[in-house]
Each structure stands twice: as structure tokens, then as C-alpha cells.
Design a protein around this ligand. Structure first.
Ligand code: PLP
Length: 217
């Protein structure tokens, strides 16, 4: 049932878009069910829950940290996390690099941009990231790999607004890509259950879908 839903969404998205199944608050049994046809990308937004699930579920799962990440908690997920979507400050980047070094691994990250109207949402401004790049700060982080960008649109029924915000993130991505190159910098993580179609139409190649797959929370 759950794996059939995942297959249907994947068929709809096509090969070029990666689906992250957002399993936050959902029990391990549902994740096992979701894996039945080979799906391995799952997203969580709380460190403790992510660590618990990683410990007790199959090790071939690729865990995506999609929520706001506090610096003092990076150490708990650094040994295993596949991709951190919500990197929103230089201090957090430095900490991820430090924990990457400690764990002898390069940790994949996305730069989260603030594209929504709500001030409650996190993320860099374009100016902040440009300044970090101009100072060669990213190149100094040997144990961090910046894979792309992530953003969340405003929670609204206004499709035009959502579209405008996603277009903005795609344009940030294109601008940064010119300095970063395309070899590793290739992910635009945008789109959730309510807006992923708009996101894909506007350049998203990674969507984070929870309630459409697992039911309401
Ligand atoms: C919960 C969450 C999602 C998934 O939301 P749904 O509306 O359930 O699809 C996607 N991205 C982030 C950052 C989330 O916290």
C-alpha cells in the first residue's frame, strides 16, 4: 500500500526527480513497508527521531535531515546522515565540517534559502551565500560537499505566490552554480505534498513528500 503509493508518485515525477519520503512522526513499521519495492531515501526533521530510526532500521536507508539543525546536535547524525537539507548559517557549516573530519567522511549539504514570506522559516539570503563564496569559505571546508539548494515556499493557497518563490530559488541555484560548477552542485530540493507539482514545473529535482505517502500527521 505505502510502497505502491511511492511507486505511483515516482512514476509521476519521472527519473529526473528524486523523491524523499518524509517519515517524521511515523512508526518504523511504516518505513519497512515503504521500502518494499526498493525505496531507500527517507527524510526526518528531528535529530533524536532520526538517530533512533537509523539505529533500528536497515542500514541501506539514505537518511535526509530536512529540519532545522542546531549546531550542538550535528555530532549525533554526522556518522551516518546522507544529506543535510537545512544548512542555514556559516557557523553550522563549520560545525558540520568539524564533525565530518571527526568521522572521517565528507558530509553532503544543501544551502537552505529563505524564500517564503513567513519570518518563522529559516534560511540564507542570496547576499549571505555570495559573500561566503567570495571569501572562499566553502573551499576551505574539506569535509563538507555542497550539493545544491533547498527552500520552502510560503504556506498559502496562492499558487502564483508559491510559483514566484520557487522561481526565486531556482534563480539562486543558477546564479551559484556559475561559481560552483555542475559536477557536485546539482540539487534543487523544493516541493512538499501540497506544492510539489508547482515545484517540479519550476525546476525542482528533489521533492520531500510526507503526508501524501504516509497519511496526515
Ligand atoms: C514535513 C516536511 C515536509 C513534508 O511535508 P508534507 O506536507 O507532509 O509532504 C517537507 N519538507 C520539510 C522541511 C518538512 O519539515
Amino acid at each position: 500500500m505505502i510502497s505502491a503509493k511511492i511507486d505511483a508518485i515516482k512514476a509521476d515525477l519521472g527519473e529526473a526527480v528524486t523523491l524523499i519520503a518524509v517519515s517524521k512522526t511515523k512508526p518504523k513499521e511504516m518505513i519497512i513497508e515503504a521500502m518494499q519495492n526498493g525505496h531507500v531515501d527517507f527524510g526526518e526533521n528531528k535529530v533524536q527521531e532520526l538517530v533512533d530510526k537509523h539505529e533500528s532500521l536497515p542500514k541501506d536507508i539514505r537518511w535526509h535531515m530536512i529540519g532545522h539543525l542546531q549546531r550542538n546536535k550535528v555530532k549525533y547524525i554526522a556518522p551516518f546522515v546522507h544529506l543535510i537539507h537545512g544548512v542555514d548559517s556559516e557557523r553550522l557549516l563549520n560545525e558540520i565540517n568539524k564533525q565530518g573530519l571527526r568521522n572521517n567522511r565528507v558530509i553532503n549539504c544543501l544551502l537552505q534559502f529563505h524564500i517564503a514570506e513567513e519570518t518563522s522559516k529559516f534560511g540564507f539570503s542570496l547576499e549571505e551565500v555570495k559573500s561566503i563564496i567570495a571569501q572562499n569559505k566553502l573551499q576551505e571546508l574539506t569535509n563538507v560537499c555542497i550539493k545544491g539548494v533547498m527552500g520552502m515556499a510560503t504556506f498559502t493557497d496562492n499558487k502564483n505566490q508559491i510559483e514566484t518563490e520557487f522561481k526565486k530559488l531556482a534563480s539562486y541555484y543558477n546564479e551559484i552554480k556559475e561559481t560552483m560548477g555542475t559536477e557536485t552542485f546539482k540539487v534543487i530540493s523544493m516541493g512538499m505534498s501540497g506544492d510539489f507539482k508547482i515545484a517540479v514545473d519550476n525546476g525542482s529535482n528533489m521533492v520531500r513528500i510526507g503526508s501524501t505517502i504516509f497519511g496526515p500527521r
